[in-house]
Design a binder for this molecule. Structure first.
Ligand code: FMN
Length: 203
């Protein structure tokens, strides 16, 4: 299993980045997690031609090649950071690479709410028809008080949160497998429909 973990901020110092880096280290050997930065993407603007910025094409390619995507979002003014929204706008406007892609939402905040409102916001955005990601249902990983959550080696020191992360990630792996099976079925159904339509046409 190969996962792409998107850092939902362009801040140089970020506990959301630290969370993904911890996950990458913690699950090494079982799963491959690539931590990906969106800070070099240009701000979204509707291009005049069909040229796609190199960084946007790179992000789309990495999403397409991954079995699943993890997005770590901070909360800015009760929503996701503009830089993350902009990256998602690029994907929806160009490749639509997130369509049917299993996505796990996680987030860290310095306060006590652990980015819960931003996560709800992100869920709504990812559910739009042009993004249409397969977001893992009934799941939230909220890391509150994130400034004190990591030791100098980047380890998550809240043991209850490590347990929670183990559980949620195990579930996400299962969700990734189930989703890919469902999608195989979706293709079969589509073929069946096409076949039925051809029969109708012949009548
Ligand atoms: C512009 C701005 C707006 C913020 N708005 C909120 C907010 O609405 N709710 C909240 O809990 N924290 C808010 N914060 C604090 C962020 O949650 C906190 O800085 C961020 O989650 C930490 O993520 P990071 O360590 O990855 O940068 C805000 C921070 C900034 C810079």
């Amino acid at each position: 299993m190969k996962y792409l973990a998107i850092v939902g901020t362009n801040s140089d110092v970020s506990t959301n980045r630290m969370l993904l880096q911890f996950m990458q280290k913690h699950f090494t050997g079982e799963y491959e997690i690539e931590v990906y930065e969106i800070k070099d993407l240009p701000a979204f603007m509707e291009p005049e031609d069909s040229d796609v910025p190199e960084k946007v094409a790179e992000l789309s390619d990495k999403i397409l090649k991954a079995d699943g995507v993890i997005i770590a979002t901070p909360e800015y003014d009760h929503a996701i950071p503009a830089v993350l929204k902009s990256a998602l706008e690029w994907v929806s406007y160009t490749s639509q690479a997130l369509t049917d892609k299993p996505v796990l939402i996680v987030g860290a905040s310095h306060g006590i709410l652990g980015s819960s409102r931003a996560q709800a916001h992100l869920r709504q955005i990812l559910d739009s028809p042009e993004l249409a990601a397969r977001i893992m249902p009934s799941s939230e990983f909220l890391l509150e008080r994130s400034q004190g959550a990591f030791d100098s080696s980047g380890n998550l020191i809240y043991s209850d949160k490590v347990t929670e992360l183990d559980e949620i990630f195990r579930e996400f792996v299962l969700f990734t497998n189930i989703t890919s099976k469902l999608l195989e079925e979706k293709v079969v159904n589509k073929k069946v429909n096409e076949y039925a339509w051809q029969e109708d046409k012949d009548q």
